[in-house]
Unconditional design. Structure first.
Length: 447
């Protein structure tokens, strides 16, 4: 079989084999750390915290941490503080001239930006860790327990949580440098997949317990999930190609240029970032409810409670609007039509029928506007698909795999990883993973 032969080819490439083994080893270390509870916390008293993370926004946090959040683990805060810091630094790169200058300085600028991102990550961790401990104490009291009293526990646990997240960041960087795939994304993917077996088993038990038609419904759910995954793959890989003609040039006795090429414009150039931005905004009501009254009749509960129900109408409506807006925003800051037009003109390239310079920039901007709208709507539909799955009776844990950030991260990371493996195979003159065609990841194409 072709699959068996491909595995043999992968095993023959010493460098690729070592990278895969190292990646699995580091992932095992990460999963081992996710079940180590903070010193002084009784694991048996975490029932209320685990119940709190069964659904809602807290469930999303627990999913991205691979269950470490609900286990009160030493890596409970996971990699999300680093992602938050990265988003802030990216936004500063738009608004602050100093960061714009660093982005133009090449490798030295990137190192400086990475350094600032780490500093900001530590600052976020030092703020989030005490907040996590406060929520942990509330949940433990509901189970008849409590965190150890005294400032020393708070200080030591804050240091442990911050160090745990930074160590996870280090593991991700090692996977990127010495392993296969993007380490940060790979760690998030593993955390998401860690909940899949339990969620699928719970859904199976729920369907089997029905009087009739349970297994048929489960098969229909799996078929629908495969359709959604296929749609997510199209969303990640979809491009619109613009033909580009290069003028012929004579250098000595040799002729250069004259060939027609294509500019690939991605339908979803922003990838999963709009969903992450939107969910970051939707976490604000949860924070505001924490500062308000817990009385069900208070105005804070009446106003913000509907915005914390991930299956409710207002949460999903606002989420869709934010995703569409952030898709246009993030596409605008990542795709620069003027720069593309200038690069084409500098290299004696032009779009047939379009004047070089300003007209080319306007044409590219018009094409991007046309393909961004359906891409943004499709992205928003994928993001709220878990709510529809829940409406049709699918368990919350399994419904979260029908869309949202989790599905797009899974699809994107798998495609990127397969792309790297494909590149290693083709570079050593072995057959790729596919008999024909090519694997396209989020960052490019592997031939």
């Amino acid at each position: 079989m072709r699959a068996i032969q491909t595995i043999k080819n992968i095993w023959k490439i010493e460098d690729l084999k070592n990278r895969i083994l190292l990646t699995f080893l580091l992932i095992i270390v990460y999963r081992f750390l996710s079940v180590i509870t903070l010193p002084g916390i009784d694991p048996a008293s975490l029932t209320a915290l685990q119940a709190q993370t069964q659904g809602g926004l807290m469930g999303l946090l627990d999913m991205f941490s691979g269950g470490a959040f609900s286990n009160a683990s030493i890596v409970a805060l996971g990699i999300m503080p680093y992602i938050s810091a990265s988003i802030v630094i990216q936004l500063l790169g738009i608004a602050v001239p100093y960061f714009q200058k660093l982005q133009r300085e090449g490798e030295s600028g990137r190192r400086k930006i990475n350094q600032y991102t780490r500093y900001l990550t530590v600052a976020i961790l030092l703020l989030q860790a005490p907040t996590y401990l406060i929520n942990l104490n509330v949940q433990l009291r509901q189970a008849g327990s409590a965190i150890p009293a005294g400032a020393w526990f708070t200080i030591s646990s804050t240091i442990i949580l911050a160090a745990g997240s930074m160590f996870i960041l280090w593991l991700g960087e090692r996977i990127t440098d010495k392993g296969v795939g993007n380490g940060i994304s790979f760690i998030i993917m593993v955390g998401i997949l860690a909940r899949l077996p339990r969620s699928l088993f719970q859904e199976f038990i729920s369907r089997v317990s029905e009087s009739s038609g349970g297994l048929v419904m489960l098969l229909l759910e799996i078929m629908f999930l495969l359709v959604v995954i296929a749609g997510a793959i199209l969303l990640v890989q979809g491009t619109r190609r613009i033909p580009v003609q290069y003028a012929k040039q004579m250098v000595g006795n040799k002729q250069y240029g004259g060939a027609r090429q294509y500019i690939p414009l991605k339908v979803n150039a922003a990838n999963v970032m709009p969903i992450i931005f939107a969910q970051a905004i939707m976490f604000i009501p949860v924070s505001l409810m924490g500062f308000g009254s817990s009385d069900p009749d208070s105005w804070t509960v009446k106003v913000f409670a509907p915005l914390t129900d991930i299956n409710g109408f207002w949460y999903n409506f606002i989420n869709v609007v934010l995703i569409i807006l952030f898709t246009y925003f993030y596409t605008a800051i990542t795709i620069n039509p003027k720069q593309m037009a200038e690069d084409l003109k500098r290299n004696n390239g032009f779009i047939p029928g379009i004047k070089p310079g300003k007209k080319t920039a306007e044409y590219i901007d018009e094409i991007m506007s046309r393909i961004t709208l359906p891409g943004a709507i499709f992205l928003a539909m994928v993001a709220i698909m878990p709510a529809f799955a829940h409406i049709f009776g699918i368990q919350q844990g399994f419904a979260s795999f029908f869309g949202g950030t989790s599905l797009l991260i899974l699809v994107g990371v798998v495609l990127d990883t397969l792309q790297q493996v494909e590149s290693h195979l083709l570079m050593r003159h072995y057959d790729g993973l596919l008999k024909s065609g090519r694997i396209k990841g989020r960052q490019g194409t592997a031939y």
